[in-house]
Design a protein around this ligand. Structure first.
Ligand SMILES: C[S@@+](CC[C@H](N)C(=O)[O-])C[C@H]1O[C@@H](n2cnc3c(N)ncnc32)[C@H](O)[C@@H]1O
Length: 402
């Protein structure tokens, strides 16, 4: 069989799997350009509000970007990617496993294996995640009014449930790699109603079977009381919520520190606490970024980048999160920036994950100098840098002194 026929055959099969809703997963790997940051694309079929779509996860060296396309557009993108960007495509359908390999001489090989074990197409974004957090007999989900008394997800809480599952799904690979295997302590800074605190405690204790102690730190006493009462009802003996501030609350040894949507610069305080307590894993999903936005003062050739209000806001968010990620790197954390949840649900969808490593790729001082250069580009060069981007810089200075 010649190459064009093999490639055609592969795409015909792919189209038929998609049309018959049998596609489980397709992976494009073996990048053609070694300098490209894009390592692979993972495609699954999903059923979302707007209908049956293809979900693309673009896996870069340090981040994932997720996008949904309608099926025809998705198929066109896959064909283009195989032409220009990747050598290998591996496709899993209900009963078949098909791979396409483009050889350096341009010839294409196709291999088909009939699967004995039937893979099931996922179809919804949530099927996998639903398995991670079980709704059956789940006391805290019911108390938090995510499920009703029958254990069914309440219609209006569907997005929250998706968020919880996405969060656990993203963290799962990091959690299984933790050096602490038998017992650990995690702190959730700005725990709010505790949705994610309960889910993480549940996953660590019940799925990974790690003896877990956890502390939710929260300003609001009413939320602290509600969460403690739910923890008691759920028999989560190792989980407690305390009233206090992210900045000052005393904590016992922390293995994992999380701060999800902690307001404004509270995320910086949380990162600071995490680094200072030498946490193995630091996870934050920043909320608003008011501080840097106010301090942006671009007078150089980049001034047009901050000319329009809404784009200035977004630029400020990006710069803030880049600085946060770089600070983590400077202090010995291998850092990834991920999409926490699809933009359809919330614009606050960035998650920064730092994992302590002893093999730093870059020298700490070099990274701190790089941060300074970013601030110089976007801040007021004549002002004292410590104050031009007051909060994260203050943290960085404090961190430098640790
Ligand atoms: C947007 S909510 C997020 C709650 C929770 N982490 C989640 O993702 O569902 C932020 C919470 O952090 C609390 N918070 C903000 N800044 C704080 C600080 N400096 N110290 C303690 N709690 C703080 C707020 O009271 C609020 O309950």
């Amino acid at each position: 069989m010649n190459s064009t026929t093999n490639t055609q055959l592969f795409f015909e099969k792919l189209k038929s799997f998609v049309d018959n809703k049998e596609l489980v997963k397709l992976q494009l790997t073996g990048k053609r350009n070694q300098l490209s940051d894009l390592k692979k694309i993972i495609i699954t079929a999903v059923e979302i509000k707007k209908g049956y779509c293809l979900n693309f996860v673009y896996r870069y060296n340090t981040m994932d970007i997720t996008k949904n396309f309608d099926t025809q557009e998705g198929l066109d993108i896959i064909a283009k990617a195989m032409e220009n960007d990747f050598y290998n495509a591996e496709m899993f359908a209900k009963n078949e496993h098909v791979s396409l390999i483009i050889l350096p001489n341009g010839k294409a090989q196709i291999k088909t294996i009939q699967q004995t074990l039937q893979a099931q197409p996922t179809l919804t974004h949530d099927r996998v995640k639903e398995r991670l957090i079980d709704t059956y007999n789940n006391i805290y989900l019911c108390e938090l009014e995510i499920t009703n008394a029958n254990g069914e997800i309440r219609r209006e809480m569907g997005d929250k449930f998706k968020q919880i599952n996405k969060y656990i799904e993203l963290l799962a690979p990091y959690l299984t790699e933790l050096s602490v295997k038998e017992s650990l302590h995690f702190a959730d800074m700005g725990s709010g109603k505790g949705y994610l605190t309960f889910a993480l405690y549940d996953y660590l204790s019940n799925n990974l079977k790690i003896k877990t102690n956890a502390t939710g730190v929260e300003y609001r006493e009413d939320l602290v009381n509600i969460c403690n009462s739910i923890a008691h009802k759920a028999h989560f003996e190792g989980l407690k919520f305390i009233k206090g501030s992210i900045e000052k609350t005393e904590l016992e040894h922390v293995d994992i520190l999380i701060a999800l949507h902690a307001c404004d610069t509270a995320t910086d305080d949380a990162i600071f606490r995490g680094i200072k307590s030498n946490a193995e894993l630091i996870v934050c999903a920043p909320c608003c970024h008011k501080q840097i936005s106010k301090a942006l003062n671009v007078t150089n050739e980049l001034s047009n980048v901050t000319k329009f209000g809404i784009l200035k806001e977004r630029q400020a968010e990006i710069i803030t999160d880049i600085i946060r990620a770089m600070i983590l790197q400077a202090f010995g954390y291998k850092t990834n920036v991920l999409e926490f949840i699809s933009l359809d649900h919330t614009p606050k969808n960035v998650m920064i994950v730092g994992k302590k490593t002893h093999k730093l790729k870059k020298d700490k001082q070099q990274i701190l100098n790089d941060i300074k250069a970013i601030k110089q580009l976007f801040g007021n060069p004549s002002a004292n840098l410590s104050f031009s981007f007051s909060h994260p810089i203050k943290k960085e200075c404090r961190l430098s002194l640790v």
